[in-house]
Design a protein around this ligand. Structure first.
Ligand code: 0GY
Length: 298
């Protein structure tokens, strides 16, 4: 009998438009992923979705098409804690990419140093139940305490668990980067409870950056949002970038894992940048200075 193989999904636009916005020289797409190629880098047995291949060549072609200079490749959950696909993309980038890994908390010091040599500068803790089976806070704290110098922790969570996570976040002894602002409900607007709770987190310590990312996820029609051109997102995120200009980074989120039902046009995503960061000074911080501090400080 043939083994059951679920369909592999395509979640990215086949022919994204050219954005009107021109990123400044050195601009970093600081949140993107690669999928495979699976023949070389198989997906994890625990993957919650199985995408078609979206490898480094596709990522770098998109980078050039959108007018960016560099990428930060974030290990996607479908590859588990085996970071070879991410490391392969970094190795092929000619110094134009760095990365964030997902690791087994029992990882050794030598293995962490090998990741550093491969261009990794942080690890990601993912708390989304639909993406990972478990997220052991005690083990995460232990490994966060022995990361190579200069690394940070990227955290992915949804707004409804922020209060529960606060003691854990407070205890992490290295800088934090929060994926997609902790996924606030964008229909609440800039002063709604989710944004207020997120600002309280930012105000609790000075070493937290956030990703002003994912209008397509956070303002999607399927979650009750407006969809492209994502006006809720622009209205809610512009004040956050204005108030924390030295603590925000930006990314496309390509190849948009799990967005197959509402695939965004990457050109339109780039055109959100001037709507959340309207001045050249803010754009430089968001796209160049802040990600450089986190990923290219050496
Ligand atoms: C994102 C968001 C998602 C997926 C992953 O690692 C992943 O699989 O991050 C998601 O499905 O919300 O940041 O790419």
């Amino acid at each position: 009998m043939e083994p059951f193989l679920p369909d592999r999904i395509v979640s990215w636009h086949a022919n994204p438009s050219k954005p009107r916005f021109v990123p400044p020289p050195g601009a970093v797409d600081a949140h993107c992923h690669v999928f495979g190629p699976a023949a070389e880098f198989p997906f994890s047995a625990r993957a919650k979705y199985l995408p078609e291949d979206a490898g480094p060549d596709m990522l770098f072609a998109l980078r050039d098409h959108l007018g960016f200079s560099r990428n930060v490749v974030v290990q996607a959950s479908c590859h588990g804690t085996e970071n070879s696909a991410t490391l392969n993309a970094i190795a092929k980038s000619n110094g134009k990419a760095r990365g964030v890994a997902m690791v087994d908390p029992s990882i050794s010091a030598e293995e962490l140093q090998a990741l550093h040599a491969g261009g990794i500068r942080g690890i990601r803790f993912n708390f989304l139940k639909r993406l990972v089976d478990n997220a052991p806070k005690d083990k995460f704290l232990e490994v966060a305490g022995r990361l190579p110098a200069g690394w940070h922790v990227v955290i992915y969570f949804e707004a409804d668990i922020l209060e529960e996570l606060r003691p854990f976040l407070d205890a992490i002894p290295v800088p934090l980067v929060i994926d997609h602002m902790g996924r606030p409900d964008m229909t609440q607007g800039p002063d709604g409870p989710d944004m207020r709770a997120f600002r309280a987190l930012l105000d609790s310590r000075s070493d937290i950056d956030f990703k002003a990312t994912c209008p397509d996820r956070l303002d999607a029609i399927k979650v009750g949002g407006l969809g492209d051109p994502w006006d809720n997102f622009a209205r809610s995120v512009a004040p956050l970038v204005a108030d924390y200009p030295d603590r925000c980074i930006w990314g496309t989120d390509w190849p948009h894992p799990n967005m197959q039902d509402e695939i965004p046009d990457d050109g339109h995503i780039v055109d959100m940048i001037p709507r959340v960061a309207p001045t050249a000074e803010l754009q430089h911080k968001l796209l160049v200075a802040n990600p450089e501090r986190l990923y290219w400080s050496d």
